[in-house]
Design a binder for this molecule. Structure first.
Ligand code: ZN
Ligand code: ZN
Length: 274
């Protein structure tokens, strides 16, 4: 079987028995559920869950599992003239979704912000012609199902199809990344921010944490590095990791003012310059 952890949704490599525990959930940034380590399989998920598909704007579709499963994040299909990119991932890959995505042209590359969303990335790749998966090498130790379709990249920037670029921010994970989609004639550009720049319920703001479930913040220097990493890029919208968590305007300014507020809070005074 290929066990899937019910707390984070990551799929492990083929084995006779389930692992003793999920390495991603035993890490301080996650947790083992109240009832102890639990496992499922993709076949069982297909019986119990479905995929909610929502068109966010022309060329951008979000996908998430219903009812909520694992961490509860959404993934995005981003269409480009050079092929479609799946940004982040969910554990369920079902026939209805495969057919929907094929009608939009399939998937030519998969990029995932950080290990909490690695989920069943190999299944997604296999469903779409062994699409290449691009992951930052600094998080390679967190891949629980290695495969030849995974390509690790190094450094700060990876250009993907159609003008899309993945930018390493670090913070939440050493290799945590965001995806930038440059503006078109009609738009100013969008940032897909994963967990390292988290859109919060007050959608004029974002936040930055080493662990969200365990409330462990980041230090000032790391927050400044995250903000500086996205500074060269123009973006108005920020599509956060969770369903409906989208900053719809002034995204870049919202990152700046959110960082200023955060740095004031952790410094304990109101004079910390960004
Ligand atoms: Zn897990
Ligand atoms: Zn995370």
């Amino acid at each position: 079987m290929k066990a899937i952890c019910t707390t984070c949704g990551v799929q492990y490599a083929e084995s006779r028995n389930v692992p003793d525990y999920c390495r991603i959930c035993a890490d301080e940034r996650q947790y083992i559920g109240l009832d102890g380590q639990k496992w499922t399989t993709l076949d069982d998920l297909r019986k119990e869950y479905k995929t909610n598909i929502q068109v966010e704007e022309p060329g951008i579709t979000s996908l998430w599992m219903e009812p909520r499963f694992g961490i509860g994040q959404r993934a995005f299909l981003i269409e480009t003239r050079a092929g479609n990119v799946l940004w982040d991932c969910v554990s369920l890959v079902d026939q209805a979704t495969i057919e929907y995505v094929r009608r939009l042209g399939g998937i030519s590359a998969i990029c995932i912000s950080h290990p909490h969303y690695y989920t069943t990335m190999i299944e997604w790749s296999e469903a779409f012609g062994n699409a290449q998966i691009y992951l930052h090498r600094d998080d390679a130790e967190w891949v629980m199902r290695p495969a030849p379709c995974i390509q690790f990249w190094d450094g700060e920037l990876k250009n993907i199809a159609g003008g899309l670029r993945v930018v390493r921010c670090g913070g939440h994970f050493a290799g945590a990344t965001v995806l930038h989609r440059p503006g078109t004639a009609a738009g100013k550009g969008s940032l897909f921010s994963g967990d390292t720049i988290q859109v919060v319920p007050d959608r004029r703001f974002v936040s930055f944490m080493w662990s969200y479930p365990n409330y462990i913040p980041l230090d000032a220097g790391t927050v400044r590095r995250i903000v500086n990493a996205v500074e060269p890029y123009e973006f108005d919208r920020i599509y956060g990791a969770f369903p409906k968590m989208t900053v719809t305007q002034d995204g870049k300014e919202s990152v700046r003012r959110s960082a200023e507020r955060y740095l004031r809070a952790i410094a304990g005074d109101s004079t910390t310059p960004l």
